[in-house]
Design a protein around this ligand. Structure first.
Ligand code: PLP
Length: 374
C-alpha cells in the first residue's frame, strides 16, 4: 500500500513548473487558492489598457492579420529601442527559438547553464550536439567572461545561447561583457542567441539588455515575449530583434505566415503603449526584489544570489532540509515555488526559486520559509 510519502515522491516529477491542476489533485487545494511563485509572471496581471481595449477589437478575428505586422512592429520598436525592420514577431519566444535554430541547424552548440531547457531540445531535434558551460556556484553563478571566451575559442560552436537574465539563477551578463562575447563570437563565426524573456524586469540603471549593441553587431539575435513581463502567456506573442536583415528575410520567406493571430496583434499594440502599467511593474518588482534579497541575505540557513530578474534563486544551507521539503511545506499553505533539482547542475536538491508576487504575498512566503529554515 502506498504511504502518503510514497505518493508524494511519485508525484514529485509532476510538480515542476506551473501545473496547478496536478497540485489541486494531489493536495486538494483549489487552484484559485494557489499563488504561483514558480511561474515568473508579473503579479499585476495583464495591462489595464489592453483589458479595456481588446474587446472592442473582437472583429479583428474576421480577417487575417497584416502579414508584415507593420503597426505592431512599430510599437515594439518604440518600446524596445530598435528599428522596426529589425523585428520579427512570432508565436511566443518559443516559436522564435525554433525558427532561429532551424534556419541554419547548428552542428555544435554551447549553452550557458544551468538554464531553460528549450534551447537544448530544439538543437537536438535539429541534429546538433550540445555542450554546456556551467556557471560556478563559487562565483555566485556570475559568468567569468574571459574563461567563457576561452571555452568558445576551444569549442568553436556554430551557436552560443545565453539566457539573460538567466533562468533559474537570475544572474545577468552586462553589455560590456556581452560586447566581449560578441567580439569573440564574430571572430569565430559563431551566432549568438540571447533570450531576454526577463530583461525588462532588470534594474534600469544596469541596462542589462543587448538592444544597444544591435547597431554594431549582426551576429546575434535577441528574443523576448509577453508571457512574463506583460503577464500574458496565453497570447503567445513573442518578438526577435537582429540587425542581420538578410537572415530575417530568409526566415520570413521560409516560415509559415500569420503565426501571430490578429487578436494578439491588436493586444500587442495596446500593451506596449501602456506606459503607466510598465512603470508600475518596474517599480513593484524593483522594490520587492531589493527587500526580499536584503531579508534573505540576513538568514544564516540560506544563501541567495543577487537577482536581476523577477525571481530569486535560493540555496538551502540547513542540514537535512531539501528543496522538495521546502516545496511541500509551502504548497500546504497554498504557496507554490519551484524546486530546482531538475535543472542540470542543480541536482543536489538544495536549490529552489521563487518569483516576486504582491508585497503581502511575498511576506507570507518569507514567513512560511522562516518556519522551516530559520
Ligand atoms: C527563459 C525563458 N524563455 C522562454 C520562455 C517561454 O516564453 P514564451 O511563452 O514567450 O514562449 C520561458 C518560459 O518559462 C523562459 O523561462
Amino acid at each position: 500500500m502506498n504511504t502518503e510519502k510514497d505518493k508524494l515522491l511519485e508525484a514529485k516529477e509532476h510538480f515542476h513548473g506551473s501545473d496547478l491542476e496536478k497540485i489541486e489533485k494531489y493536495f486538494g487545494i483549489p487552484k484559485e487558492r494557489i499563488t504561483a511563485f514558480g511561474a515568473n509572471v508579473n503579479p499585476l496581471g495583464i495591462s489595464p489598457r489592453m483589458r479595456r481595449g481588446l474587446a472592442s477589437h473582437i472583429d479583428a478575428v474576421s480577417s487575417y492579420p497584416d502579414p508584415e505586422y507593420t503597426e505592431l512592429r512599430g510599437h515594439i520598436a518604440a518600446y524596445a529601442g530598435c528599428r522596426p525592420e529589425e523585428i520579427l514577431v512570432g508565436n511566443g519566444c518559443t516559436e522564435l527559438i525554433s525558427l532561429f535554430i532551424q534556419i541554419h541547424p547548428p552542428g555544435k552548440a554551447l549553452i550557458i547553464s544551468p538554464t531553460y531547457s528549450e534551447y537544448e531540445r530544439e538543437i537536438r531535434l535539429c541534429g546538433g550536439t550540445v555542450r554546456y558551460y556551467a556557471l560556478q556556484e563559487a562565483l555566485d553563478f556570475q559568468l567569468d567572461t574571459e574563461d567563457f571566451c576561452r571555452e568558445l575559442s576551444a569549442q568553436k560552436p556554430d551557436i552560443c545561447v545565453i539566457c539573460n537574465p538567466n533562468n533559474p539563477t537570475s544572474t545577468a551578463v552586462l553589455p560590456g561583457e556581452m560586447r566581449r562575447i560578441l567580439d569573440c563570437c564574430r571572430e569565430l563565426g559563431t551566432f549568438v542567441m540571447i533570450d531576454e524573456t526577463y530583461a525588462e524586469f532588470a534594474p534600469e540603471n544596469t541596462g542589462v539588455t543587448a538592444v544597444g549593441l544591435l547597431k554594431e553587431y549582426k551576429n546575434f539575435v535577441i528574443l523576448r515575449g509577453v508571457s512574463k513581463f506583460f503577464a500574458a502567456p496565453g497570447l503567445r506573442l513573442g518578438y526577435a530583434m537582429t540587425s542581420d536583415l538578410d537572415l530575417l528575410a530568409e526566415i520570413r520567406e521560409r516560415k509559415n505566415p500569420w503565426t501571430l493571430n490578429s487578436l494578439a496583434d491588436v493586444a500587442g499594440s495596446l500593451m506596449f503603449t501602456d506606459r503607466e502599467y510598465i512603470e508600475q511593474t518596474r517599480e513593484l518588482i524593483s522594490s520587492e526584489r531589493e527587500r526580499i534579497f536584503r531579508e534573505l541575505s540576513s538568514w544564516k540557513n540560506v544563501k541567495v544570489y543577487r537577482p536581476w530578474a523577477n525571481f530569486i534563486l535560493v540555496r538551502i544551507l540547513k542540514e537535512g532540509v531539501t528543496a522538495y521539503d521546502v516545496f511541500l511545506h509551502a504548497i500546504r499553505q497554498g504557496l507554490m515555488l519551484r524546486d530546482c533539482s531538475t535543472f542540470p547542475g542543480l541536482e543536489d536538491e538544495t536549490f529552489f526559486r521563487f518569483c516576486f508576487m504582491m508585497p503581502e504575498k511575498n511576506t507570507e512566503l518569507l514567513e512560511c520559509l522562516k518556519e522551516l529554515l530559520e
